[in-house]
Design a protein around this ligand. Structure first.
Ligand code: UD1
Ligand code: CA
Length: 488
């Protein structure tokens, strides 16, 4: 990473465009990749420069975009673009808003980025600013070379020097053959930017005030303009439609998964592993194929997640295993065992060495250390103490049709198969339940709760009621074999 000599006066993130090719009611820059909106990625990179001011220029779907931006970064100054179109006008509006907010825009570095270029890293932005400041340029533009530069502005050069940018629509056939394109990301000397913008006209193929015209204007007034060329085209690529968004999302994921592997995570199949930019993993973690880790998920050392698991805002403790599970808003303690086929809903807290096993659904449940819910059941609004064993098929009836109620189960409790807890109900420490118990009353510590009526066998019922059935025949055969001694 390069060093910045002086913190930028401002970063201006352009976000006023319409984004019609998304074909979406959601504003383009609110579409997400790696679990974060495009503009969220842009703001994170911009904020890392530690600018005195961070500005976002908005217009299209203003309220929704503005609310989202403030949710991402409450310190952003919003600037409204007026009806004059173009990137140059957008930056002018950004500078106006800064001055209205009392900022000194007469000196220092002003960086311009886009809200729809999500893979741009703060490292590359730092490099741009450092290069700009050390060269004493009026403008330093970030560029790259593309095999197919169609649609982009082309960089015009005389030798090493940049003389200007021509938009694809305004370019001659010869200029259209130039492979070096304008990324739209720049560092400007503030005074030169303001000066040049005041001279930009809308006399071009699109009738817009082009920011790109600032380069030739600055150069014509004797100032230096140069380019920082990046070979990493992904960092300057924007998403205009959902195909490009997917491609950028896949590349971001490749980068996130690669970074995780370099930092000590074993990933068996990067292609089927999706890790949000916000997820954190410790060393010696293992992610098995078909796993998606989202949001504020954290995986601690020696934990194994997958295959085929989706975790959102889940904390997985040291050495825990999560197999074929779907979890949201849950905490899995160290050494915990989850799955296969478990559904952990918000508020699930599994204690150290606890287990939520096959085909279990949990919601708003605290399971103490070493307690196990091993197979086939539902626990909701429940607290379980330590080292209790909840039998197969146990269910908390936590909802009476109108309200939710809690079930409280103590420590060292043993519940038998198919116990139903009709909440609110409390099971004391060391208590047991019998198979099929429907527990409606509190069970004191150490008691065995039984609710099953005595079994009665109606002898001969099948032969009487289903005389010609296979069952009756089988019963007859069994009775003849055991009851009738064979004649010798
Ligand atoms: C722009 C550049 C082009 C460059 C390309 C890179 C100009 C004149 N052209 O072209 O040289 O190769 O980006 O992607 O700058 N925006 C506003 N207000 C506006 C217009 C745009 O805020 O009035 C924002 C958009 O939301 C977007 C960015 O500026 O984030 C670029 O706008 P876009 O229309 O995509 O610019 P291009 O025509 O692609
Ligand atoms: Ca564009």
């Amino acid at each position: 990473m390069s060093e910045i000599a002086v913190r930028p006066t401002a970063v201006i993130v352009l976000a006023a465009g319409a984004g019609t090719r998304m074909k979406s009611r959601t504003p383009k820059i609110l579409h997400t990749l790696g679990g974060v909106s495009m503009v969220g990625h842009a703001l994170t990179a911009a904020r890392a420069l530690d600018p005195e001011h961070l500005v976002a220029v908005v217009r299209h779907q203003r309220e929704q975009v503005a609310a989202h931006i403030h949710q991402q970064d409450p310190g952003v100054l919003l600037a409204d673009q007026d009806e004059v179109p173009g990137t140059g006008r957008a930056v002018e509006c950004g500078l106006d808003a800064l001055r209205q907010a009392g900022a000194d825009t007469g000196s220092g570095t002003v960086v311009v980025t886009y809200g729809d270029v999500p893979l741009l890293t703060s490292d590359l932005l730092q490099e741009l600013v450092a290069e700009h400041q050390s060269s004493g340029n009026a403008v330093t533009v970030l560029t790259t070379e593309l095999e197919d530069p169609t649609g982009y502005g082309r960089i015009l050069r005389q030798g090493d020097e940049v003389t200007g940018i021509v938009e694809h629509k305004d370019a001659t056939d010869l200029q259209r053959r130039i492979p070096e394109i304008n990324s739209g990301i720049y560092a400007f000397e503030a005074a030169a930017l303001t000066e040049a913008l005041s001279r930009v006209s809308a006399d071009n193929a699109q009738g817009e005030k082009y920011l790109t015209d600032v380069l030739s204007i600055a150069r014509d007034s004797g100032r230096r303009v140069s380019a920082l060329i990046t070979e990493d085209r992904w960092q300057v690529e924007g998403a205009n439609d959902r195909v490009q968004l997917q491609a950028l999302g896949a590349e971001l994921n490749r980068r996130t998964v690669t970074a995780a592997m370099r930092a000590g995570t074993t990933v068996i199949d990067p292609a089927s592993t999706w890790i949000d930019a916000t997820v954190t993993l410790e060393e010696d973690t293992t992610i098995l194929p078909g796993t998606q880790l989202h949001g504020d998920t954290h995986i601690a050392r020696d934990a194994v997640v997958g295959p085929d698991s989706t975790l959102t805002d889940v904390t997985v403790g040291q050495g825990a295993t999560v197999t074929r599970a779907h979890g949201t808003g849950a905490v899995i303690g160290a050494g915990g065992v989850v799955g296969p086929y478990s559904y952990l809903r918000p508020g699930t807290v599994l204690g150290e060495d606890g287990k939520i096993g096959a085909f279990y659904e949990t919601k708003n449940v605290t399971v103490g250390r070493g307690s196990k819910l091993s197979h086939l059941g539902y626990a909701g609004d429940t607290t379980i103490g330590e080292y209790s064993n909840i039998g197969c098929g146990n269910i908390t009836a936590n909802y009476d049709g109108e309200n939710k109620h809690r079930t409280i189960i103590g420590s060292h409790v043993r519940t038998s198969s198919n116990t139903v807890f009709v909440a609110p109900v409390e099971i004391g420490d060391g208590a047991y339940t019998g198979a099929g118990a429907v527990v409606r009353k509190d069970v004191p510590p150490g008691a065995l709760a039984l609710t099953v009526a005595p079994q009665r066998n109606a002898e001969g019922w099948v032969q009487a009621k289903r005389p010609d059935s296979a069952a009756a025949q089988a019963a007859d055969d069994a009775q003849n074999n055991t009851n009738t001694p064979t004649a010798e």
